[in-house]
Design a protein around this ligand. Structure first.
Ligand code: CTP
Ligand code: MG
Length: 668
């Protein structure tokens, strides 16, 4: 299973390109299939436009800029050599007619057309030349306009495509995050003792964000690059297959470099991520425990450790740069070699007239285009790898087995048997947090309706653990916990939890107002009822003291209140639930006598006519309990009423003596 540190978890991740991962991601894209396909269709169009641009250039050059060779038919009749480049004029056009007349000797007239060899053009005046070639000039203008229009269309398509992709990516991310949040929230408490908060926060933020990048940039880039590479190859082969094959001779090298690169990059990118995770963990641990760090003067040690990690991170970063710094220029060089090959071979063919100049120029553009996605491969590779690692980590959480098994089949049917919690029973319960180190051993006892059962024992005896089993925060490793003689694993937890109030040892309050914390969104209470709860729980003096009273906002975790005050508020919270069963875990922290008295009074009112299980540290609290369970090292070693236990002169008696000796205030 996962260990406790993010970087170990990171280090043991499997192959990031697992096809299984992609398969598992697919369902998340399902609702957006149409959008995805639409966007891929747009990518296809965009690629076609990209491919069209060099071809348009070729047309401009071949048709208008460089004069064409005279066609067979014309040359025979007009006596011009067929390979000679000529400019044609239209004698029906009066302006051209005038020109032809002006340079009569240079032209060969043929019907309504007059030909002038390319070489003779230099004998014409510049202004006359422009007039003579006005069709070509118009052609070039037209082609430029087409070029610009294509670019604008391309721009708009790109915009639409990007918007669709971003929208889809955000929606998928949104769904994923909600699913993850829902899943995490329903996991068993045991999961949270194993997974630090920081890690879970990273899962729902960074990792989900990485998935977003996968869907937006990577998917469209992959398709775009694929189409582009195939498209360019096809166009080049059609334009001139021999030249295409010549320029493809560098491809084996490109392939070799890319494969080599990805093999090395994989390990290095991963190492870098592991180092960053380590740094994060060290940092958050230091901040979280800053008081301990400062108190024990660990700053220097910590500093050195951090420095070492930071250095390792730097080394990993340099390795990455090293690989990138070789790969990218290498691809540039190979691209340049390919261009050189095209100029050498293609140039020769243009000279001999076997290929047009336009085709050569287009070829050079295509070659450049061809290498661009390959050069950016490294960057995409990094994003892809990050995304895959994130996906894997997210699925690790989805796969987490820490879910308590809920009785789906019976869900909702068990309300009848649970209307009233009559008896809670522990039956030979064993429990461990990790492995088989049992912190509860063979625990058996009953709590009947209306009874107050107390648990006492030294610290670490397992009192809190015992309480945690009743709301089913954890499941026992052996034995059973029963409510109304039914194993709670067979019951709908949401039903019996709603009838239980738990006042924790270190009560957790949410950020929000005191009112929200006490009433937890229960709007059914009247003002009088609210007031009654506040008074019964002895919260009134506390609330009166605060400037905004009940509407005072608390900081996260309620850290702006003392632990005694937090305990009072959580008693009020318990009251507001009107529970049938009360689980009270007395605070260990020192609380001044007046507050303690208030807590005790509140507790007495809360427990009146209710069933309760109370963990007490101050033994005076539980004098009147119906039964006292004395715990030591996970076992119940004595049971009985206060008077009986005192008579036994056993463990309880000694505890009592000890406490009375130390805390004179508690002696009645
Ligand atoms: N424990 C553990 N993992 C946890 C909580 C507790 O391994 N997440 C262990 C503790 O180390 C202890 C034992 O379980 O040895 C019992 O803990 P607990 O039930 O919390 O002891 P309490 O009796 O409640 O101790 P205290 O009086 O200090 O509250
Ligand atoms: Mg405890």
């Amino acid at each position: 299973m996962q260990s406790d540190y993010g970087y170990f978890e990171e280090a043991q991740l499997g192959k990031p390109y697992d096809l299984k991962l992609l398969k598992r991601l697919y369902p998340f894209t399902r609702p957006y299939r149409l959008l995805l396909f639409g966007s891929i269709g747009l990518v296809l169009l965009i690629t076609a436009l990209d491919l069209a641009l060099p071809y348009v250039t070729k047309i401009a050059i071949d048709r208008y800029i460089v004069p064409q060779t005279a066609s067979e038919m014309l040359t025979i009749d007009a006596g011009v050599k067929s390979e000679e480049r000529v400019i044609r004029t239209d004698l029906n056009d009066p302006q051209q007619q005038t020109l032809v007349n002006k340079y009569r000797k240079l032209f060969t007239v043929e019907g309504t057309t007059a030909l002038i060899p390319y070489q003779a053009l230099s004998k014409l005046k510049k202004s006359d030349l422009a007039l003579l070639r006005k069709d070509d000039v118009a052609g070039v203008t037209f082609i430029s306009a087409v070029f610009v229009i294509l670019v604008i269309i391309n721009f708009m398509l790109n915009f639409v495509q990007k918007m669709i992709m971003e929208y889809t990516g955000h929606m998928i991310m949104h769904d994923l995050r909600i699913r993850l949040f829902g899943h995490i929230q329903n996991l068993a408490t045991a999961f949270f003792t194993r997974n630090p908060v920081g890690r879970l926060v990273t899962r729902t933020t960074n990792d989900v964000q990485n998935m977003h990048e996968l869907f937006t940039s990577i998917i469209s880039m992959i398709f775009k690059d694929l189409f582009l590479l195939c498209g360019i190859a096809v166009v080049m082969l059609v334009l001139n297959w021999k030249l295409a094959l010549v320029s493809f001779t560098v491809l084996p090298l490109v392939l070799y470099a890319s494969i080599n690169f990805s093999r090395r990059a994989r390990g290095i990118f991963r190492e870098l991520r592991v180092k960053i995770a380590e740094i994060n963990i060290r940092f958050s641990e230091t901040i979280g425990g800053i008081r301990v760090v400062q108190l024990f003067r660990q700053e220097m040690n910590n500093y050195r450790m951090f420095k070492r990690l930071n250095h390792e991170n730097y080394l990993a970063g340099m390795k990455q740069i090293h690989v990138l710094a070789i790969f990218m220029p290498l691809i540039e060089i190979l691209a340049a070699v390919a261009v050189a090959l095209v100029i050498w071979y293609g140039g020769g063919r243009v000279i001999t007239g076997a290929m047009s100049l336009g085709a050569l120029v287009a070829f050079i553009s295509y070659i450049r285009m061809f290498f661009r996605p390959i050069r950016d491969l490294a960057e995409k590779y990094n994003i892809l790898q990050n995304a895959m690692a994130s996906a894997e980590r997210i699925f690790l959480i989805f796969d987490s087995q820490d879910k308590l098994s809920w009785p789906d089949a019976q869900k909702g049917k068990d309300l009848s048997g649970l209307q009233q919690i009559k008896v809670v029973r522990f039956e030979n319960v064993y429990f461990s947090y990790v492995g088989d180190e049992n912190v509860l051993k063979n625990i058996t006892f009953n709590i009947n309706t209306g009874e107050t059962v107390a648990v006492v024992g030294p610290t670490g005896a397992g009192k809190t653990s015992l309480i945690n089993l009743i709301p089913r925060f954890y499941d026992p490793s052996a034995g059973r916990v029963l409510i109304n003689n039914r194993d709670i694993r067979e019951l709908d937890a949401s039903v019996f939890r709603s009838k239980i109030a738990l006042v924790m040892q270190d009560p957790f309050l949410f950020s929000g107002t005191i009112r929200q914390n006490i009433f937890q969104g229960n709007h059914n209470l009247t003002k009088a009822e609210e007031q009654f709860i506040i008074e019964a729980s002895s919260c009134q003096p506390l609330i009166d003291r605060l400037a905004s009273g009940l509407d005072t906002a608390l900081t996260e975790g309620g850290s702006s209140l003392s632990s005694g005050e937090r305990q009072l508020i959580s008693i009020a919270r318990a009251f507001a639930r009107n529970p049938q069963l009360i689980l009270f875990d007395e605070a260990t922290s020192y609380i001044d006598s007046p507050t303690e008295l208030r807590i005790q009074q509140a507790l007495e009112k809360l427990m009146k006519n209710r069933t309760s299980l109370v963990v007490a540290h101050r033994l005076s609290t539980i004098r009147n309990a119906d039964r006292i369970l004395v715990m030591n090292r996970g076992r119940i070693i004595e049971t009985g009423k206060h008077v009986e236990l005192m008579k036994q002169k056993g463990f309880y008696y000694r505890l009592h003596q000890l406490q009375n000796g130390n805390q004179m205030t508690n002696v009645d």
